[in-house]
Ligand binder design. Structure first.
Ligand code: ADP
Ligand code: MG
Ligand code: MG
Length: 208
């Protein structure tokens, strides 16, 4: 992945969360406070502005700056969680204009660790972790099997989608949805859904 592809991915993610903002908000209205789409659109609009205004020489810097924008522009749980994930992802990548698949695997682990450190969610708690973790596993296994980026990203996106859909039957144990207890079951988690969109964006921009 080079600087241009990193920027293309984040722009595609921004387009996706903007296009699906109403759906993300609808999901959050069912089990949260109905602002996830608004939060994500605001945050990724800020990310796009940073991408427009900055000359990047390193891949990692793209994600660090994007993460900083998310943290500074988004109130609520998702801003700090995604912001910390992108910052950890970017900081873990080696300096320079291009990074390899193994670097991306390591950085994806760092991003998930940041989410876990900040939010304390375990798999099955009905959060974005339930999309991120299977996506990371699929990506890592694809890379271990010799897949190129496009194939690994496609596998990650599929796994994130399966993970997001699997949150429907879960009872939330973290975040606002946990206030509902058992009544949170039967609804897809908004954050897991936006995580799916972000992995799908990488699959879309790398597809042959
Ligand atoms: P808020 O709940 O503060 O309004 P958002 O609506 O933007 O923030 O984001 C809600 C999403 O954040 C949830 O759907 C869930 O996926 C994610 N989330 C909330 N708390 C946590 C946590 N502790 N760990 C991981 N993800 C979380
Ligand atoms: Mg919300
Ligand atoms: Mg909120």
């Amino acid at each position: 992945m080079d600087v241009a592809l990193a920027i293309t991915w984040l722009r595609a993610a921004a387009e996706a969360v903007t296009a699906d903002a109403d759906e993300l908000t609808r999901l959050d209205s069912a089990i949260g406070d109905g602002d996830h789409g608004v939060n994500m659109r605001r945050g990724f609009t800020a990310v796009t502005a940073v991408l427009d205004a900055t000359e990047f020489t390193g891949v990692g810097d793209v994600f660090v700056r994007a993460g900083t924008a998310l943290i500074s522009k988004v109130g609520g749980a998702a801003g700090p969680l995604y912001g910390s994930a992108f910052r950890a992802f970017g900081k873990t990548l080696p300096a320079g204009p291009e990074v390899g698949l193994a670097d991306l695997v390591t950085a994806l682990h760092a991003g998930l660790d940041a989410v876990t450190r900040l939010g304390g969610a375990a798999p099955g708690d009905k959060t974005l972790v339930d999309a991120y973790r299977p996506a990371l596993t699929a990506f890592e296994e694809a890379v271990a099997g010799g897949a190129a980026l496009a194939e690994a990203a496609a596998g990650a996106a599929r796994a994130a989608g399966d993970g997001a859909r699997a949150t429907i039957s879960m009872t939330a144990r973290k975040g606002r949805a946990s206030y509902l207890g058992d009544r949170s079951a039967g609804h897809q988690d908004p954050g897991a859904t936006s995580t799916w969109l972000i992995f799908q964006a990488l699959a879309d921009v790398t597809a042959p």
